[in-house]
Write a protein that binds this ligand. Structure first.
Ligand SMILES: *Cc1c(COP(=O)(O)O)cnc(C)c1O
Length: 482
């Protein structure tokens, strides 16, 4: 399609302005531009241009978006409307607290709801992404050990199926990362854990259910092993979809948890934000939380904590209080669902994933025969060796059929899982949509055997087919030569 600059034709306008009647004031020449290249188009061209652009982008509102580990569920528009209320969008972070009592009330309510959902004793809403939450949580853990003069705890244990941000955050927080192997059942290998845990263990970071969509059945044993060695347990709660309202990380033995409000709690994401990654912790770590947080006094007035009560705090981790608009949507989501609704959506997330898994597993083998939670991983290694068609080819072909591809090549455990597609249908999809996706995936399997060549350069029906992803990342061309 053409750029708006290429549509431009001299003299075209969106509006005609009446001739000037007021006296003309002329600026000095030095303040004037010699040239200003703005596109000149009529209103109808402008509307058509941006409408066409929007049609070239795929989002949750366009179709099925089973991007595993990302929880691309439909976000109710009501929550957007609430977040756009003037009373929320027109407040300034430096306003006197007396004038923003409603906002503080909301933040306090959200923190309490999230504490209840996770089984934690304290919560900060400051971090602005999942990875930012991980980094914050790890700083809490470092502060905890330091406060006990336990300075030898320099290592963070991370299973090999973990999200890439886990080891990255641990390294950024100054820890050494130690990998823990998976066992036959694709859970944490307890013998490997026992051999690596010790006096130098600061914490184990765990995602439960794991990124393979499997619930870690040995969690109580794992918790005991790590705690007996003096380490802490960190919960990556980016995807709480499978368990919210059913089981709480705090009850599984976790000490610190982060959540992704922009995955589980109804903020659209992808394309870079805004996000929110609140961090909760158990009582012994609360005093280290970032400040300020919201508290309520005896007269029911909301206040920020500051100064003295924060002397042990790790400090601020973002400007002001975090992404407030995302907090509004999260609380609206929690309040409209209620505790029964939250539990029900978790049940539907798990049901939908198991339905798809069961309908596909005769041709697309999964990593485990156990029931999955909110997502599952199929391995296309066999398909690739039989037909030459890879996970990427199948994923790209789905685009032609009006669906976003699943997450590709994650987890990647060389020799164990090399051709992964991670499918997360989410609870907001109905049976018809799931059946359609199943039908498409089954057809693509057939095509891989009958006409593999056709799949090697999919998608065929999109403006851009297969860009060179490495070149696009290494040498991006961000300037267009008119
Ligand atoms: C998305 C995700 C993260 C990171 O969240 P960001 O907001 O993208 O930084 C961490 N862990 C898991 C399991 C995730 O799915």
């Amino acid at each position: 399609m053409k750029l708006i600059f290429e549509r431009s034709r001299s003299g075209l306008r969106c509006a005609t302005i009446r001739p000037l009647e007021a006296p003309v004031f002329t600026l000095e020449q030095k303040y004037l531009r010699s040239e200003l290249a703005l596109p000149e188009v009529a209103e109808v061209d402008l509307v058509r241009h941006y409408t066409e652009l929007s049609h070239n982008a795929f989002g949750v509102d366009s179709g099925f978006y089973p991007l595993g580990s990302c929880t691309m569920k439909y976000n109710p528009k009501l929550n957007e409307e609430v977040a756009a209320f003037d009373g929320f969008t027109h407040t300034h972070p430096l306003q006197e607290k007396e004038t923003v009592q409603g906002n503080l009330h909301l933040m306090n309510d959200l923190a309490s709801s999230l504490m209840e959902l996770t089984g934690m004793d304290g919560m900060t809403l400051q971090p602005c992404a999942g990875a930012h939450g991980e980094f914050t949580g790890l700083l809490l853990i470092a502060a905890y050990h330091e406060s006990r003069r336990d300075s030898k705890r320099t290592k963070i244990l991370v299973p090999d199926t973990a999200h890439g941000t886990n080891p990255a955050s641990a390294a950024m927080a100054g820890f050494e990362v130690v990998n823990i192997k998976s066992n036959e059942e694709k859970g944490v290998d307890l013998d490997d854990l026992r051999s690596k845990v010790g006096k130098d263990t600061a914490a184990l970071m765990l995602t439960n259910p794991s990124t393979l969509g499997l619930f870690e059945k040995n969690i109580e044993e794992i918790s005991k092993i790590v705690h007996d060695a003096g380490g802490l347990l960190y919960y990556d709660g980016a995807n709480l979809n499978a368990i919210m309202g059913i089981v709480r990380p705090g009850d599984m033995g976790f000490d610190v948890v982060h959540l992704n409000l922009h995955k589980t709690f109804s903020t659209p994401h992808g394309g870079g934000g805004p996000g929110s990654g609140p961090v909760g912790c158990k009582a012994p770590l609360v005093k280290f939380l970032p400040f300020p947080s919201v508290v309520v006094d005896k007269k029911g007035r909301y206040e920020f904590t500051h100064g003295k009560e924060n002397k042990d705090s790790i400090g601020k981790v973002s400007a002001f209080y975090g992404n407030f608009g995302v907090m509004v949507k999260a609380l609206a989501y929690i309040k409209t669902l209620g505790s029964d609704g939250i539990k029900e959506s978790a049940e539907h997330a798990v049901l939908n994933a198991n339905y798809m898994k069961a309908k596909l597993q005769d041709i697309y083998p999964t990593e485990s025969h156990r029931y999955c939670m909110h997502e599952f991983v199929i391995d296309l290694q066999k398909l690739k060796s039989e037909t030459g068609v890879s996970a990427k080819d199948v994923a790209k072909a789905m685009i032609d059929r009006g669906m976003h591809p699943p997450t590709m090549y994650f987890p990647h455990i060389p020799g164990v899982i090399d051709e992964a597609l991670m499918i997360e249908p989410t609870e907001t999809e109905n049976k018809e949509t799931l059946d359609k996706a199943i039908e498409v995936l089954r057809e693509l399997y057939e095509t891989a055997h009958t006409d593999p060549k056709y799949l090697l350069d999919t998608p065929h029906n999109t403006p851009i087919g297969r860009p060179d992803e490495v070149a696009a990342a290494r040498n991006p061309i961000v300037k267009y030569d008119l």
